[in-house]
Design a protein around this ligand. Sequence first.
Ligand SMILES: Nc1nc2c(c(=O)[nH]1)N[C@@H](CN(C=O)c1ccc(C(=O)N[C@@H](CCC(=O)O)C(=O)O)cc1)CN2
Length: 286
Amino acid sequence: MTAQILDGKATASAIRSELAERVAKLVATTGRAPGLGTVLVGDDPGSRAYVGGKHRDCAQVGIASLRRELPADASQQQVEETIDELNADPACTGYIVQLPLPRQLDANAVLERMDPAKDADGLHPVNLGRLVLGVEAPLPCTPRGIVELLRRYDVPLAGARVCVIGRGITVGRPIGLLLTRRSENATVTLCHTGTKGLAWHVREADIVVAAAGSPGLITKDMLRPGAVVLDVGITRTDQGLVGDIHPDAAQVAGWLAPMPGGVGPMTRAMLLANVVEAAERNANAV
Ligand SMILES: Nc1nc2c(c(=O)[nH]1)N[C@@H](CN(C=O)c1ccc(C(=O)N[C@@H](CCC(=O)O)C(=O)O)cc1)CN2
């Protein structure tokens, strides 16, 4: 067996076309394009590339770009002043702070300082709290992208056993909250570095979301034959980018969202969706 591909690149491209139409409508009705702001601190090449990709996507769908860059040794105060400026800027519909931040900065304090209504990443504590409460809020982009990718390929979630590996703030923790909503109705096991018997948990799962950042962690012998496998891990090595799913896993999986070309492009598309939805909410509020 060779896994069928959950093609995030093609799906994200289709979503961008849908969003471009919604942006054109917003421009026609409000006279203004939505604006996405990004705050990039330091010069990590990966973070710089992701931010660049976000602005290229914006240009494609007609969203305006507001780029803020700070040096690697920026102080907490400098970052918070940038946050205050974007909170106050009417041209900024929503924005993100590219993570991770350099060590000297308190990322939680930065996220808390954001206006929750402008939080395009769904990572402000108020928005994460709304997710827990089941109240409408912008959703974190990678978890939302995973759910959207599975939905567009008709992969059933109701009753599915999902094993998530990784407990980070952008993927592992929020995906459990999303998938266990009544509308998705999956059962989620969240594994992490303290989990005993990882292979047992993975083998129990119908759907595996690997977001540990540990190259080749999930091997074919760990998988239930036919499982749906999503590779969210990205490690930069001298040999290039390596995912958490070992290449051999494709021999056993039923469906595979590969890295690259699976969940990553969906993350970017969902950021645009969050911005367009914020702009639509603002337009309906006036
Ligand atoms: N504020 C945030 N920071 C981070 C997030 C996030 O959602 N919000 N997620 C990641 C980085 N990220 C977006 O910011 C991101 C990661 C990967 C991709 C992507 O398209 N990956 C490609 C492969 C990488 C490449 O080609 O260079 C793929 O999977 O095809 C997009 C966005 C951490 N920080």
